[in-house]
Design a protein around this ligand. Structure first.
Ligand code: FAD
Ligand code: SF4
Length: 511
């Protein structure tokens, strides 16, 4: 006989007591089911800190549920995949009704749906209410549009949710976007004092997890010595409050700036808490608006921050569900090279890559411009197979979940979908990195040298990319400007660049 129990599956990135999964939960008859799947930690070669963060946050969440008297079945260190563990549970207990929130990974969503059909059970897959924009709203917005661009979507979100708009729907400060004010580098004479973010000492649960991860996943990349991530809702709220109180004020102006041994800059480092659902984006935006008013902060910094959450974060999620599974397979430029080994070790002579990858291995974190214009830019210019690059990003960042990682990597950094939601490839030479950081000061390569022994590999590959795709770039008004500077380089020098680039491309592991 079938059980009348409803089983509520809660995944590791759905740690929200107010989330849709627990709505209508009946503690007398229903049960929560959570699985620590070792398979999930291994299907990409995950950073130790990412594994530890998920495990610790899940255990803390389960502890909270137990304190609140939720009946819960929690599988620790299961060798099974989530779906196999679920199948076993459903079959053993003759469950006929499964409830869950839509997973943030397309593959898992398909697998759960297939399982429910195979077992003939009722599946209630609820929409994730964590986001401002529902799937239906995004589909309606995207329908019939030739170009899907963040800017127009973001304006709609601002108006729909009455954020930084007046009663007539006009943007506060008279413009929608203050991006131009938010691109400064740090002063060349030095960083000044950066207010450090609040970090959390591991408690007993986290320490247990760290010991376990060190032992079982010892060959995985990254280290755990600097593990200080928020693992509970209380900690995530403390991190949010600290950020808006002390660090938000300089977020905007230095949003794109980079500096050696400065892993966080003025960034919020709230992405992992948001993505695990320890924080809700609505409360993040409310806290930012409240600090804006309380401290009369610059509108440019506040708008710049809100655009990331209300704009980009919602937009890439909409794009992910719109374009999967194609998004994971796209390879517009047909790039086929392997990811250089040093992406996993940081052992390269390029100072910018060394710093961005080095801090990634230490903390599981790099900020947006490091991901986009350092590691991402290089991967595109070096013609790396997009799926290898995407696997790296998914494995190596503590905030990486496919709905947000894939569109950013494949779509934004690698242009693998041919510009479905970006107007041109995000590529830059060493000159950009020199302008936005101090990396080049300590590098053995020279950012303004295009070929030869001291040439910056990024500069060489940048010009090579433009030479190679010149006809295509010139055919479009959006990219025509990018090749204009090529005209100032003699034919002879262009040949030398192309020759040197071939050498660089065939020795990527030696850079
Ligand atoms: P802040 O700079 O303080 O920004 C505030 C918040 O805005 C972030 O916490 C994040 O929630 C949101 N946000 C900012 N930019 C984006 C964006 N482009 N897309 C979605 N949300 C954004 N973000 C992830 O959360 N997970 C990922 O796996 C991820 N992979 C990325 C891969 C590449 C190649 C690139 C270019 C970007 C990626 N991003 C990813 C987006 C962004 O880099 C991170 O959200 C950000 O660096 C997280 O640090 P922070 O919390 O300090 O962000
Ligand atoms: Fe990076 Fe080139 Fe600058 Fe070296 S010279 S830090 S490789 S941009």
């Amino acid at each position: 006989m079938k059980s009348s129990k409803k089983l509520v599956l809660i995944l590791g990135d759905q740690l929200d007591l107010q989330g849709a999964a627990l709505q209508g939960f009946n503690p007398k008859s229903d049960e929560v089911f959570m699985v620590e799947s070792m398979h999930e930690a291994q299907y990409v070669w995950s950073h130790k800190a990412k594994i530890a963060l998920f495990l610790s946050a899940m255990r803390h969440f389960a502890q909270t549920l137990k304190k609140l008297n939720y009946p819960i079945s929690y599988l620790q260190n299961s060798p099974l995949s989530i779906v196999d563990a679920l199948k076993e549970k459903i079959q053993q207990e003759k469950i006929s009704h499964l409830i869950c929130v839509e997973p943030g990974e397309w593959r898992l969503k398909q697998e759960i749906e297939t399982l429910a059909t195979e077992l003939g059970i009722e599946l209630e897959m609820r929409e994730d209410e964590h986001f401002f924009c529902s799937h239906r709203e995004f589909l309606e917005w995207a329908a019939g549009k030739k170009e899907l661009r963040l800017e127009y979507f973001y304006r709609l979100m601002r108006k729909t949710h009455h954020i930084l708009v007046d009663a007539d729907g006009n943007p506060e400060g008279g413009q929608w976007n203050f991006d131009q004010d938010n691109r400064k580098s740090y002063p060349k004479k030095g960083l000044g004092i950066i207010e450090e973010p609040v970090l959390f000492e591991p408690d007993a649960i986290t320490q247990d997890v760290i010991t376990f991860v060190e032992k079982v996943y010892d060959k995985h990349p990254g280290s755990l010595g600097a593990f200080r991530w928020p693992v509970t809702r209380d900690e995530a709220l403390e991190a949010l409050n600290y950020f808006v109180e002390y660090r938000l004020r300089n977020f905007g102006v230095y949003q794109d700036a980079m500096w050696t041994d400065t892993p966080y800059g003025w960034h919020s480092i709230l992405s992992s808490s948001l993505n695990l659902k320890l924080l809700n984006p609505r409360e993040v935006i409310a806290a930012v608006i409240s600090a804006y008013k309380k401290y009369s902060l610059d509108l440019s910094t506040v708008e710049g921050f809100i655009r990331q959450i209300l704009g980009w974060r919602e937009f890439v999620r909409g794009m992910y569900y719109l374009d999967m599974p194609k998004m994971a397979q796209d390879n517009y430029y047909d790039h086929q090279r392997s990811l250089p080994q040093w992406y996993w070790s940081g052992k390269t002579q390029m100072a910018c890559m060394q710093d961005a990858i080095g801090q990634t291995l230490k903390y599981g974190y790099a900020h947006h411009i490091q991901r986009l214009m350092v590691t991402g830019n290089f991967a595109l210019l070096a013609e790396i197979l997009p799926s290898e690059v995407c696997d790296w990003y998914l494995a190596i960042y503590v905030d990486a979940i496919e709905w947000v990682e894939l569109p950013n990597t494949a779509g934004m950094a690698l242009f693998a979908n041919g510009g479905r939601f970006t107007s041109k490839p995000y590529i830059a030479s060493g000159a950009y990195i020199k302008r936005m950081s101090n990396y080049c000061d300590s590098c053995q390569y020279k950012p303004d040298v295009r070929f030869g022994e001291t040439a910056c590999p990024i500069t060489t590959l940048y010009w090579n990319f433009l030479i190679k795709h010149r006809a295509q770039f010139e055919a479009s008004p959006r990219t025509r400007l990018m090749t204009a500077n090529l005209k100032r380089i003699s034919d002879e020098d262009q040949q030398s660049i192309a020759r040197h680039a071939q050498h660089v491309l065939s020795h990527l592991n030696d850079l």
